[in-house]
Design a protein around this ligand. Structure first.
Ligand SMILES: [Fe+2]
Ligand SMILES: [Fe+2]
Length: 229
C-alpha cells in the first residue's frame, strides 16, 4: 500500500461541488433531478444487473467494433478526448478507493488522508456531475437526432447517471463527515471512512459497467453518421 506524505490543514472546507472542469464538458454543471428518462428503464438493465447492452443496441457496434476505432478517419480528436475523460474518472475513482484503504490500513495519516480526499474526491465528484449533465442535455440529444434506433440504450445510460449521482452524493456526505470528524473527534473517523470506502468501491464498479457501455453505444453512432467530420 502506498504511503502518503503531506498532512497540512489547507484542505479544510475544500470538498465542494462547483461544476465540471474537464475539457469535454467545458465547465457545465447540472443536478441529477433534472435528468430525463430514468423511470423508463427496465430493472434488468440497471447498472448492477446488466452484463452489457442488449443485442439490438449493438447493431452498429457489430459494424464498428472497438478495435477498429483508432484507424477510422472519423474517430475525431474530440471523441478521443471524451474517452480520455472516462479514463480520468477511472483513475480518480481508483485513487479515492485506494486512499480510504491506506487510511484504514494505517499507512496514511489522517491529515494526509483528508488532504488527498479533499483534492481527488472533489475532482471526481465535480467532473462526473458536469460530464453527466453535459451528456444528458447536449451529447445524447445529438445522438438521438442522428439515429432514432438507440433510444432504449440512451435511456439506460441516463438512468445510470441518476444512479451514479446518488452514489456520488453518498460519497460526498461521507467524505465531508470524515473530514469534519478529523477536526473534532478523530476516534469516530474510522467508521465514516469505512462507509466512504464502500461508496468508492460502488463508484468504481458502476464506472466499470457504465463507461464501456456508453462508449460502445455512442462511438459507433458518431462513426457511422460522420458526426465529427
Ligand atoms: Fe461519459
Ligand atoms: Fe455517462
Amino acid at each position: 500500500m502506498q504511503k502518503f506524505a503531506g498532512g497540512d490543514k489547507s484542505w479544510v472546507g475544500k470538498f465542494t461541488y462547483s461544476g465540471c472542469a474537464c475539457l469535454t464538458c467545458k465547465g457545465s454543471a447540472g443536478l441529477a433531478t433534472e435528468r430525463p428518462g430514468y423511470q423508463l428503464v427496465g430493472m434488468n438493465l440497471t447498472l448492477q444487473l446488466r452484463e452489457g447492452l442488449p443485442e439490438d443496441m449493438q447493431t452498429l457496434l457489430r459494424d464498428y467494433p472497438r478495435e477498429a476505432w483508432p484507424e477510422n478517419p472519423h474517430f475525431a480528436r474530440s471523441v478521443q478526448n471524451w474517452m480520455g475523460a472516462h479514463q480520468m474518472f477511472r483513475r480518480l475513482a481508483g485513487i479515492t478507493r485506494a486512499d480510504t484503504e491506506a487510511y484504514l490500513d494505517n499507512t496514511a495519516s489522517s491529515g494526509a488522508f483528508a488532504s488527498r480526499m479533499s483534492y481527488y474526491g472533489d475532482l471526481l465528484v465535480r467532473n462526473l456531475h458536469g460530464h453527466h449533465s453535459w451528456e444528458d442535455h447536449a451529447f445524447f440529444p445529438e445522438m438521438r437526432r442522428a439515429d432514432g434506433r438507440f433510444e432504449q440504450g440512451l435511456e439506460t445510460l441516463e438512468a445510470d447517471h441518476v444512479q451514479l449521482d446518488e452514489t456520488l452524493d453518498r460519497f460526498t456526505r461521507a467524505a465531508n463527515r470524515a473530514i469534519k470528524l478529523i477536526q473534532l473527534d478523530e476516534k469516530q473517523v474510522r467508521g465514516e471512512v469505512g462507509e466512504l470506502h464502500g461508496c468508492a468501491q460502488d463508484i468504481e464498479g458502476f464506472l466499470a459497467r457504465h463507461l464501456p457501455d456508453e462508449e460502445e453505444l455512442v462511438v459507433p453512432i458518431i462513426l457511422h453518421h460522420k458526426l465529427r467530420g
